[in-house]
Design a protein around this ligand. Structure first.
Ligand code: CA
Ligand code: CA
Length: 355
């Protein structure tokens, strides 16, 4: 489950010296030999940290949702009616044009990729740098006995990107990372590889997640489609949070906590886990009324704000909030056990840097 607000709790870039390798002079190729060209410039590739990127083409889509509270109540009978009327920031549905193709991480950034970033850059994540830690799962923790009533134990210095309280391999999505951490990773990669890495805008994120669909989820309208297509709050997860078992998906999706990235089928663009697993930070400031004033072409989000957008839901998100149009946000220094990131790499990457 996820509250619309989530926890609102309060970049240093490392330097990398790349050794320049002086290549021996090459003889000019014979005239009959074509110049070396990437065989398929738009084919997926893997960057220097091992992040696999796929090409998302330019295009148009209808952003947002105008479903009525009545329609939502039919699909989500256990939802609090008040919450169904609170979703006005998804309106109006409006046409958005993504004018440039871009590369997007096929998966969320993994624990292993984030660790390689830290090792190569010297960057220290915010939860460690400020000493206050992050959030984690403790089976003995009881939310109702705490002042905040938060779903997870924290903040606590024992928790960080390295310790969530449940098992995380190098292939699981990194969580407990702040928006500032995400930006630091993107900026460091940009410097290292000479091309722009960044977070997707909210519009780019929804366009990529929909993959041409207009349904509640990329796999369809019925909340039950989540059980085979995404890692959300299922019956297994609800065993640990029985208070919200009625909100859970109708079955098991195979993962009570995070799942290794790419465990479920990709969408039409070849992107995995856009819905569920870990929330994904977006570049934008959050604007509740932004959709009414959004430009059509490449909307960048509001010019100022207090909180940053996150999208897609997580392993702990109820089906209502795992809808592709749902919007959520947190302060840039928030670190939470449900929130990770996915990176965007702008086009212009050369074959030499793409491996
Ligand atoms: Ca699950
Ligand atoms: Ca996700």
């Amino acid at each position: 489950m996820t509250w619309p607000h989530g926890p609102c709790v309060a970049a240093v870039l490392g330097a990398l010296l790349l050794a320049a390798c002086a290549a021996p002079p090459l003889a000019p190729p014979p005239l009959t030999t074509p110049r070396a060209q990437p065989a398929a410039p738009d084919a997926p590739f893997t960057d220097s940290l091992g992040i696999r990127f796929v090409r998302v083409p330019a295009g148009e889509f209808l952003m947002g949702s105008d479903e009525s509270p009545q329609a939502l109540a039919q699909a989500f009978p256990y939802a609090d009616p008040k919450r169904l009327t609170d979703l006005t920031d998804e309106r109006p549905v409006h046409r958005v044009r993504i004018t440039r193709a871009f590369w997007l991480g096929a998966t969320e950034v993994t624990v292993g990729q984030f660790q390689r970033f830290l090792q190569a850059s010297g960057y220290v994540p915010e939860s460690i740098r400020d000493g206050s830690g992050a959030y984690g799962f403790n089976p003995n923790y009881e939310p109702s006995r705490t002042r905040r009533g938060d779903l997870f134990e924290g903040r606590d210095p024992r928790y960080s990107w390295q310790n969530t309280g449940f098992a995380q391999t190098d292939e699981h999505p990194v969580v407990n990372v702040t928006w500032n951490d995400a930006m630091a990773m993107a900026q460091w990669l940009s410097q290292r590889e000479g091309v722009t890495y960044r977070l997707p805008t909210e519009a780019e994120w929804e366009y990529a997640a929909r993959g041409g669909t207009r349904t509640r989820y990329p796999a369809g309208d019925d909340p039950d489609v989540l059980m085979g297509s995404a890692n959300t709050f299922d019956r297994e997860t609800a065993l640990r949070w029985p208070r919200w078992r009625e909100q859970a998906g109708h079955g098991s999706d195979g993962a009570p906590f995070t799942a290794p990235v790419g465990s479920y089928a990709p969408n039409a663009f070849g992107l995995y886990d856009m819905i569920g697993n870990a929330w994904e930070w977006c570049a934008d400031w959050y604007g509740e009324h932004y959709y009414a004033e959004s430009p059509t072409n490449d909307p960048p989000g509001p010019t100022s704000g207090n909180v940053r957008v996150r999208r897609g839901g997580s392993w702990h998100t109820w089906p209502l909030y795992a809808r592709v149009a749902f919007r959520n946000w947190n302060t840039p220094e928030t670190r939470y056990v449900l929130v990770g990131l996915r990176l965007l790499r702008e086009r212009g990457a050369t074959a030499q840097t793409a491996r």
